[in-house]
Design a protein around this ligand. Structure first.
Ligand SMILES: [Zn+2]
Length: 427
């Protein structure tokens, strides 16, 4: 039997579908070759003899996908949380990201980021680096060694950025991107893949946007960026691209949503009907980042609408717009933000349930990587084993209720005991 073949015994909870959690107290999650064969109340006879990892009394849940996180912003997380987006970028983000030109600084900072991500609830992530090639490769080296599965992007930005953090021109930015892609291919990573990363329309010239669209299609690459996060940003884009009918069209126009590779757009707080149609037309994943949207006074995404209309939605921490890598906290914030939107903005969109938020954090973002985020048969097994005995209560909660409380109270007494990615134990 391969090392990826085993069963985990414990109180197992997972998303059966978008709205419902399923659980098995004292159940067995059977993993063969890293893939789930299902969860069973008794270990089926055909699997007798496989290794059983006993976590009786502990919770076993799918690992989470952080579908939008900025590695070079991790160092200043928790600072500037009283600023708005564009002010926050100029005060904290751009000066900090410029430090990553220095490999020694990048080594130290990315070492901390990768180490903390390994110990977080995240098993997969879609990550922004900086515009610098070698430091981004260093980030990829460090993430590769954690065993977590990630997409990592070298950022493109050739306009409207401070002199100390701006690529010379579109040709230089594109040449650096090709050099980076070739380097990454030569390294032959097993867990870490490149993703094209125009920072956002305001910092990318038309020539750069077009070049990246072409590269995306030629190489079948995925792409990530930001979309309709903040009202001032949207006005800015309309000024820069007066020909566009909506912000989303500025990516579509340059071919950045075409080709085989998947696309993820962070936020989409203010997407118009036309923009939503673009998201659907290109199967774009919306990365919703509730904590960041609160901290930077950005807005509240209409996630219920996206679910109803069949738009893919994943959950992101957006560190350092969000202050923490905790996807547990992100799940709780997602539910809370959806309630505020319902109360204050649009009473036609009912709030999300915890089960729905958990689905978005697991299967929602996991789908960017394939069949990931559930324990239903056929899914790659990313799993967290959680000890919730420190979250004390006299109540006799069922496993799904314990998971719900864990999202809110993880810091009170929760502990990640083990972590698996595609059936491989990484923690
Ligand atoms: Zn972001």
């Amino acid at each position: 039997m391969s090392e990826k073949t085993f069963a985990i015994h414990g109180d197992i909870v997972w998303s059966r579908d978008r709205a419902n959690l399923q659980w098995a107290k004292d159940g067995y999650l059977v993993v063969v070759g890293g893939v789930s064969k299902g969860v069973f109340q008794e270990l089926p006879a055909e699997y007798e003899g496989i290794e059983v990892i006993d976590h009786a009394g502990k919770l076993v849940i799918p690992g989470m996908t952080d579908i939008h996180v900025h590695a070079p912003q991790y160092g200043f997380r928790g600072l500037g949380m009283d600023l708005e987006l564009l002010e926050w970028l100029n005060t904290h983000t751009f000066p900090e990201e410029s430090k990553y030109a220095n490999l020694e600084y990048a080594d130290k900072a990315y070492g901390i980021f990768a180490g903390d991500l390994l110990h977080s609830p995240t098993t997969r992530a879609v990550v922004f680096g900086t515009m610098h090639v070698e430091p981004t490769e260093l980030l990829m080296d460090k993430l590769e060694s954690t065993g977590l599965k990630t997409y990592v992007g070298k950022v493109n930005m050739d306009r409207n950025s401070p002199d100390y953090l701006c690529e010379k021109d579109a040709a230089t930015s594109l040449a650096d991107t090709v050099r980076w892609l070739d380097d990454v291919e030569a390294k032959g990573y097993g867990n870490t893949r490149p993703i094209l990363t125009p920072r956002f329309t305001p910092t990318c010239s038309d020539e750069l946007m077009g070049g990246l669209g072409k590269l995306k299609q030629e190489r079948g690459l995925p792409l990530q960026s930001h979309l309709s996060e903040n009202l001032s940003e949207i006005d800015w884009v309309h000024g820069l691209c007066p020909w566009s009918s909506c912000y989303g069209q500025t990516y579509e126009h340059f071919g950045e949503m075409d080709g085989e590779g998947k696309v993820v757009m962070a936020h989409c707080n203010y997407s118009t009907d036309e923009e939503v149609a673009i998201l659907k037309r290109h199967n774009v994943f919306v990365a919703t980042c509730p904590q960041s949207n609160m901290q930077l006074s950005s807005g509240i995404a209409p996630i219920r609408r996206y679910l109803v209309e069949g738009v893919h939605v994943g959950l992101g921490t957006d560190v350092a717009g969000g202050a923490t890598l905790s996807m547990f906290r992100a799940v709780a914030d997602l539910v809370g933000c959806s309630k505020l939107r319902w109360r204050l903005v649009d009473q036609n969109l009912k709030p999300l349930s915890t089960a729905e938020a958990l689905y978005i954090a697991t299967v929602g973002g996991g789908s960017f990587f394939g069949k990931v985020g559930s324990f239903e048969r056929g899914f790659e097994v990313d799993a967290l084993v959680l000890d919730d005995s420190g979250i004390r209560t006299p109540l006799d909660c069922d496993p799904a209720e314990r998971v719900e409380r864990y999202m809110y109270l993880a810091e009170e007494g929760g502990r990640i005991v083990e972590k698996y990615v595609a059936g491989v134990r990484v923690l």
